[in-house]
Design a binder for this molecule. Structure first.
Ligand SMILES: [Zn+2]
Length: 663
């Protein structure tokens, strides 16, 4: 276990001060991932995921839900006749796809894919209006009505995603066509949102702030950064633009939602700096937090940073599922109140966990504190991976903690829960979001800073960095996430001096680190063990115990009273009908009996499986009254568990994370 952190205390609570300089994720061209656990996903990115999604965006996958995303761009460009189809944010699907393509091109040359992406970018340019405005919904369906419904319009959201794509594409290929397109849009946004009419306006769905910060990073145009900060600072302040905008006679109704707008849905019920609890639509909350963390760093804004820290603490300690899922209400895809974490009807959107991981990554970059890496890892390894099937072509939008397929009826309170991954969604935010996340996995693995490298996640990879201007190569081999054995070989031919910051996870027990023959005394700071690199070669070996453990929820979580879950290292485990038959909720685990761990070579290409012992409540032998005075019979039983991220890859059936216990 890492030693207790040294922190400053003020009024009884720790104060985490931002570092003077921040680390940045390693360039994807500098890292190669080759990992037994992750290859099943990362190898799919260019082979299956990106080509499949391109077909879907072009409506060439007959079994997938209609997208019309590319068709919308063509209609906006005046090259095809027709009506706009789909959600108002349909444009963002192409943006995320382009971002994923950009990342993939940084480690795999693919001229054919690049040509397709270049053609898509040319189409985006043709769909852009002369003044820089880019949004196919308003161009096709509501011409002249741009920015007349910021609450629902999603123009700024779509623009933010396309800016992220533009920056990624520019950084990887050196080509600035998409960047120039998005600079025109960014310039229009800066101009418009300083006009009198819009000077208190903020977007309904946060994301533009992230895009503008990234655009600032490559263009150095300070007005982009200032615009992002203004959008954050305007939220929830009076006069509250989002609350009153529909009173304007020029307002455009997009969603035709009869329910009145509730400002906390969009985190604009009070100024963000005063917000103490995560609220409203979960994706909006975490995308906002990403921007707040970046802006806190760029402006050295301790108050904004403090708000990030407060909201992080609320999410992680009171509103997050064990799997890193957030947003416990299916209705409005939202946070509710602290400790309200139902297992069967939660939303836990895949995108929300991606946003949480992105926020945590930024917080780790600016603080050098691995507590954020722990949360990032939890979200990535469980909920985000659960969002995609092993075929790379099926997806979960909603990530429940337990499922009884027959209960997930349309026109019921469980209609949002699916027991089978879907080919696509009418509202398709999640699949391309997973694609861009998997395509950029290397950015989560390592951070760099001058003469320093931070190793965050344990997966097989090789990467190179520069210490004192000289190239240093690292090769990582690991048995994670199943066993705590990791070896790192450092090749440093020019004897450069630098530092490796190696994360020692909080779940590591009896950790031992050796550098060649020498045992290194562990003294991690903020969870990172510092290792000086100076020799031509270093052979580092990190070993720790990581037994599967029972996890108990805070007793305030009423859904989990009398239940336990099983976690081993970063992975949460679950029961599935395929291994255990029906009636998973009738199994009671005896926590006094040791957990058995086995590696099954054949299942899913090799995975750890967990066996628990206990009893199973048996149905009454004779059918009859629903309610009886006779207690049901019990018999001895075992339960077999697989990693949560792998559930739903066999036949349809029940799934359960939180298991009953009465021992
Ligand atoms: Zn989504």
């Amino acid at each position: 276990m890492p030693e207790k952190e040294v922190v400053n205390y003020e009024e009884g609570r720790p104060v985490f001060v931002m570092n003077e300089t921040r680390t940045f994720p390693i360039r994807l061209s500098k890292i190669r991932i080759d990992d037994r656990f992750f290859n099943r996903y990362t190898k799919l990115v260019t082979k299956e995921i990106i080509p499949y999604q391109w077909k879907v965006l072009n409506d060439l996958e007959p079994e997938a839900e209609k997208s019309r995303c590319i068709a919308n761009y063509r209609i906006a460009a005046g090259e095809e006749e027709g009506e706009f189809y789909g959600f108002v944010f349909q444009d963002s699907d192409l943006a995320k796809w382009l971002e994923a393509v950009a990342y993939s091109l940084s480690y795999e040359d693919n001229p054919e894919l690049k040509k397709t992406a270049d053609e898509a970018i040319a189409l985006v340019e043709r769909a852009q209006q002369k003044d820089g405005y880019l949004n196919t919904y308003f161009t096709v369906k509501e011409p002249g009505k741009q920015f007349t419904n910021l609450r629902e319009g999603h123009e700024l959201y779509c623009a933010g995603h396309m800016m992220e794509a533009a920056v990624a594409y520019y950084e990887v290929t050196g080509e600035d066509k998409l960047l120039k397109i998005m600079e025109k849009m960014a310039d229009l946004i800066v101009k418009t949102f300083h006009e009198d009419k819009y000077k208190t306006a903020a977007p309904g769905h946060q994301e533009i702030e992230i895009g503008l910060v990234k655009m600032y990073r490559v263009t150095k145009k300070k007005e982009y950064l200032d615009m992002a900060k203004a959008f954050i600072d305007r939220r929830g302040t009076e006069p509250n633009y989002l609350v009153h905008e529909h009173e304007d006679p020029g307002w455009t109704d997009v969603f035709h939602n009869p329910d009145p707008f509730f400002p906390d849905y969009s985190q604009c019920d009070e100024p963000v700096r005063q917000q103490k609890t995560a609220r409203g639509h979960a994706v909006r909350e975490v995308y906002m937090l990403c921007a707040m963390a970046d802006l806190a760093f760029y402006y050295r804004d301790e108050e904004l940073f403090d708000a990030c820290e407060t909201l992080y603490d609320d999410i992680v300690n009171r509103q997050m599922y064990l799997t890193g899922g957030i947003g416990s209400s299916g209705l409005y895809e939202r946070f509710t109140v602290d400790y309200d974490l139902p297992n069967d009807r939660n939303y836990s959107e895949t995108c929300a966990s991606i946003g949480l991981a992105l926020f945590c990554r930024r917080m780790a970059e600016i603080t050098g504190d691995t507590k954020y890496i722990e949360t990032m890892e939890t979200a990535l390894y469980n909920t985000v991976l659960s969002g995609i099937g092993l075929d790379g072509k099926s997806f979960f939008y909603v990530n429940p903690m337990e499922v009884e397929p027959s209960h997930c009826l349309p026109h019921s309170s469980l209609q949002h829960v699916k027991s089978v991954r879907q080919k696509w969604f009418g509202c398709a935010c999640c699949p391309p979001n997973i694609a861009r996340t998997l395509a950029s996995l290397g950015e989560y693995v390592c951070f760099t800073k001058e003469n320093e490298v931070y190793l965050n996640l344990f997966l097989g990879c090789s990467f190179s960095v520069e210490f004192e201007g000289k190239k240093v190569d690292f090769t990582v081999e690991t048995d994670m996430p199943y066993r705590g054995r990791t070896r790192i070989h450092v090749n440093n031919p020019e004897n450069a001096n630098g530092t490796l910051f190696l994360r020692i996870p909080s779940y590591a027990k009896k950790a031992e680190l050796t550098d060649g023959e020498n045992v290194v005394t562990l003294n991690p700071q903020k969870g990172y063990q510092k290792i000086e690199i100076k020799e031509k070669e270093h052979d580092l070996s990190l070993q720790f115990k990581m037994p599967a453990e029972y996890i108990y929820a805070d007793p305030n979580v009423s859904a989990n009273v009398g239940r336990v879950a099983v976690k081993k290292g970063p992975l949460v485990y679950c029961m599935e009908e395929a291994d255990n038959g029906t009636g998973l909720s009738r199994f009671f685990v005896d926590t006094r009996i040791s957990i058995v761990e086995d590696y099954d070579e054949d299942l899913f290409g090799g995975t750890m499986v967990i066996t628990l012992a206990g009893e199973k409540l048996m149905p009454y032998e004779e059918e009859g009254s629903l309610y009886r005075t006779e207690m049901p019979r019990r018999k001895n039983a075992e339960a077999r568990l697989i990693p949560y991220c792998l559930w739903g890859n066999r036949r349809t059936g029940e799934m359960l994370v939180w298991i009953r216990t009465n021992f």
